[in-house]
Design a protein around this ligand. Structure first.
Ligand code: UDP
Length: 258
């Protein structure tokens, strides 16, 4: 295994020339469904995870960006699914959080196969599986060039992983949240472009306008949290090859909410 990150020691290749990325530290919010694929019946599609992992590893290495990933669990379980079936909401949400841990391990494995060191930090303690989330430890891992993968959201029911992505971003003093979409919609539009072909995409939009227009790009709790804490959100199409790098580099793709 070639190690790209700083943990590579003597065997690691020399550092690549680094361009100056716009963001020094970022949180990438990945939906669990981004790890699945229409062409596979598996909840986690190995080829899809490999592609995302290799883009993450390459971009972090080439740009020198500090990256934490908040991984969702919707490909496995959502709290609302169980609630609809009569399950207790808090129990169902806990099942969803455990699903995010499964995704986190899949992503960790794939990113490390690309030679990039990672650490999974879970909001629900699971000592035999991964580290517990400790803010200062997360920052230390990032400083050492490791990709941090946040698992189990924030550890509390009644949330999705959008709000913990925002919370962790504020805690670790990230400069941006990169919200990757997997539905083919490459930013924030004034109407759903899948239903309205003449819908217009915003290059930039304010937090309050997203709320006022009820544009459902992220949970409202996350949007208002980001507004209160001056945390910009870049909404971009995750599935288009090269976009993770472009988003991390600060190239003008998607929609910047701020
Ligand atoms: N969840 C939770 N608290 C959290 C984060 C997640 O209860 O802090 C549960 C919730 O039930 C959610 C599920 O975990 O539906 C999976 O997360 P999410 O829906 O955000 O996954 P995504 O849509 O991003 O794949």
């Amino acid at each position: 295994m070639t190690t790209l990150g700083p943990e590579g020691g003597a065997g690691a290749p020399a550092a690549a020339p680094r361009s100056a990325p716009r963001w020094g530290r970022a949180v990438l919010k990945l939906s669990g469904e981004a790890l699945a694929s229409d062409s596979s019946e598996e909840t986690i599609d190995a080829a899809t995870v490999r592609r995302i992992a290799s883009e993450i590893a390459e971009s972090v290495y080439e740009l020198g960006v500090q990256l934490a990933v908040m991984i969702g669990g919707g490909n496995i379980w959502r709290g609302t699914t169980g609630q609809g079936g009569g399950l207790d909401r808090a129990t169902s949400d806990t099942m969803g959080m455990l699903g995010t841990v499964i995704n986190a391990l899949a992503l960790q494995d794939a990113i490390e196969r690309e030679g990039q060191p990672t650490r999974v930090l879970s909001a629900i303690a699971m000592a035999e599986v991964c580290e517990p989330y400790i803010r200062r430890r997360a920052i230390r891992h990032l400083e050492k060039g490791r990709v941090v993968i946040f698992a189990a959201g924030m550890g509390n029911p009644y949330f999705t992983t959008d709000t913990p992505a925002a919370l962790r971003a504020a805690e670790i003093e990230a400069e941006v949240i990169l919200k990757g979409t997997h539905s083919g919609v490459d930013g924030v539009y004034d109407a759903d472009p899948r239903l309205h072909p003449d819908a217009k995409r915003f290059d930039e939009i304010g937090f309050m306008e997203v709320v006022a227009r009820d544009l459902r790009v992220m949970d409202l709790t996350a949007i208002t949290f980001c507004k209160d804490n001056q945390l910009p959100i870049l909404v971009f199409d995750l599935m288009s090859p090269g976009n993770i790098r472009s988003a991390l580099a600060g190239e003008p793709i998607g929609t910047l909410i701020r």
